[in-house]
Ligand binder design. Sequence first.
Ligand code: 4AZ
Length: 261
Amino acid sequence: MFGLTRARRTAAAVAFGAAAAALPTAPSAVAAPRPVVGGTPTTTAEYPFVMQITDATGGQFCGGTLVAPTKVVTAAHCVVGETTGNVRVVGGRTHLSGTDGTVGEVSRIWFDPGYTDAVNGGDVAVLTLAKPMPYATAAYVSPTGTGVYAPGMTGRVLGWGTTGKNGGSSDQLRMAMVPVVSDPECRDSYGSDFVASDMVCAGYPSGGVDTCQGDSGGPLLIGGVLAGITSWGNGCAEAGQPGVYTRLASFSSLVTEQVLT
Ligand code: 4AZ
C-alpha cells in the first residue's frame, strides 16, 4: 500500500547532506517543513553531548549524541551512503555560524545492518571519531528500557532543525519538551509504518512542539538518558502526527558493541 501517510511523510529516509542536494525536487505531495513551536534556545554548554553532523564543508544536516569520547550515536538515515571522508562531527558549537568547539573526523560509520529505510530496521548509527571529543558524554538507555517509554513521560529533544515554515535550520541549538505517546496511539497516527519494537513516538495530541527537518539523528532524552533518536514524522508539529524516534533500548546492545569496538 502507498497511503497518504507514507506519501506525505517528511522524508526521513533522505539524508539532508551533500547527497540530498543532487536529488530531484521532492514530489509536491511531500509536506513542506513546518514550524517547530515551543522550543527554547539553549547551548552546548548546557548540553555538551549534543553534536552537529556536518558535511566536509561544515554544512550541518543532522544531529548526534556523544556517548563515549570517540562514539557518536545518530540516525542511520543521516549517514547511509556517506563515506567517512565527507562527514564531520562538531562538538561544543552552539551556533551553526560559529567557529568554536571541536571538529572531529570520522574513522568509521556503522549503522544497524537491518536498516533499509525509516520503516524497516533500526534508524540508528554509530560514528567512530578519529580523536576523542573533550566534552561530557550522555548515558544511553539499557536494553530493557524499563519504565523509560511509559506514555506521558517527558522527553527532551534538541537540534538545529527547521523552526519556521519556509525557513532554514535554526542558527542556535534549541530544546523542547514532548511527552511520550503510547504505542497504540502512535499506531492510530501512522498505521503499519509505526513499528513499536523499533520506534517510539512523542508529541502533544494538538501538536505545536516537535522536531523537524535537520533535527534528525539528534537526541530524545528521557529521564536524563538518551532513549531515542530523531527519525521521522508526517510533517512537523501537526496535531495527531507525533514525532517518531528510534526506540534505542531495542538497539542498546548493538550500540554497546560499537562503543566497545
Ligand atoms: C527530518 O526530516 C524530520 N516531526 C525530523 C523529525 C520529524 C520529521 C522529519 C518529526 O529530519
